[in-house]
Write a protein that binds this ligand. Structure first.
Ligand code: KG4
Ligand code: ZN
Length: 353
């Protein structure tokens, strides 16, 4: 049976809308351990309206402004998606919308719009955990990724490793004690006078730098827990920058970026290696904005540690927030029998497990 799902993502500063056509595999739904439970799927349309330029002048996301932008952008994007997909609202089988975690104002816009559209078109609605959405991003294209696997979610708001025993059955193995990895990139960029968001900028400058020029600490590298901490690393960078500024030296931006990026990457990969050792699971998927980072992608696929696992990475454009992952996660949850109330409301601090 073919079904059409409209995905809506508005948890932070990207308005995303996607149209997913999927085929049930019949037997696959029965066995929730199947990673390819969506069978054959086609993304009919994938639209994103990024607010990066709007927020860059403030050096970060301004929540109230983000909500207003979603309000302006969302319905025109839904219209465009339906037009592009050649379908009408009433043809949809499901609307999947991010209901948390995220910024309350941004979430409200998406959830309320989805509720209104669902009611107007007579289509069922499902709320999707944004983190489960990220977890699904590597599953969009990879038909060979099946649970059990480990999911490294590294975004602007989260850094955690989740054990996926089955789709919908998640266990949090560990998370950051303070800043998320993406947040660390964004704060480091600010220290270096680089624009928001910092991750892509540091990634770009690091390409021409020496990752061993500065010996930044690798946070919690050798502890026996799956845990992360990035605030000390950011402070180490800040002290280094201050010292050089006091000495009147020009900042070697490329080397600073490359060294900072190496420290973040080593910290992440060390804990992936630990999680693989502790669980015996040798399938690793990564997602979230920082999974677009070139050094992390290389380390997860080509490093010495990576010989112990196989890694699945979404294409960079699907590491950051998007509605395809929300449509996928929502459709899959619906097929597993998950239902949301018609008066679904957002939860800014929703957890994955
Ligand atoms: O997943 P995402 O789009 O939004 C959240 O759910 O937070 O992640 C955004 C974060 C930002 O902190 C951004 O700086 C970071 O992902 N990011 C990167 C790269 N691209 C985006 N960090 C490092 N390297 C990148 N290439
Ligand atoms: Zn995200």
């Amino acid at each position: 049976m073919t079904s059409l799902t409209l995905g809506i993502e508005t948890s932070c500063d990207d308005t995303g809308v996607a149209l997913l056509k999927s085929e049930s595999r019949g037997d696959a739904w029965e066995s929730e351990s199947r990673g390819d439970a969506l069978g054959k799927r086609t993304i009919l349309c994938e639209l994103l309206s990024s607010q990066i330029k709007d927020h860059a002048r403030f050096g970060g996301v301004v929540p109230e402004f983000a909500a207003r932008k979603h309000l302006e952008n969302l319905l025109p994007l839904v219209d465009a998606a339906l037009r592009e997909g050649g379908v009408k609202g009433r043809d949809l089988d499901l609307i999947a919308v991010t209901c948390g975690p995220g910024l309350m104002g941004s979430l409200i816009v998406g959830v309320m719009a989805a509720r209104a559209l669902a009611q107007a078109w007579g289509v069922p609605l499902i709320g999707v955990n944004h983190l489960e959405g990220h977890l699904f991003a590597p599953l969009v294209d990879a038909e060979d990724l099946e649970p059990p696997f480990l999911s490294l979610i590294v975004s602007g708001g989260h850094t955690e490793i989740v054990r996926v025993d089955a789709l919908g059955k998640y266990r949090l193995l560990g998370q950051t004690r303070d800043d998320a990895a993406g947040e660390a990139y964004d704060k480091a960029a600010r220290v270096l006078g680089l624009p928001y968001p910092g991750g892509p900028e540091i990634d770009r400058l690091a390409k021409d730098g020496d990752p061993h020029a500065f010996d930044f600490p690798i946070p919690l590298k050798n502890t026996k827990e799956v845990e992360f901490s990035f605030s000390g690393l950011k402070t180490a960078l800040l002290w280094q920058v201050r010292k050089m500024e006091e000495e009147g030296k020009p900042l070697p931006l490329n080397d600073l970026c490359a060294s900072f990026q190496r420290a973040v990457t080593e910290a992440l990969v060390a804990k992936v290696a630990l999680a693989v050792r502790l669980t015996g699971i040798r399938r690793v998927a990564a997602s979230g904005g920082v999974a677009a980072n070139s050094a992390l992608r290389a380390a997860l696929t080509e490093s010495r540690e990576a010989r112990h696992w196989k890694a699945w990475l979404p294409r960079p454009g699907r590491c950051t927030d998007n509605a395809v992952m929300i449509a996928m996660a929502g459709r899959c949850a619906w097929e597993r029998g998950v239902r949301s109330p018609a008066d679904l409301s957002p939860d800014p601090s929703l957890e994955i497990a």
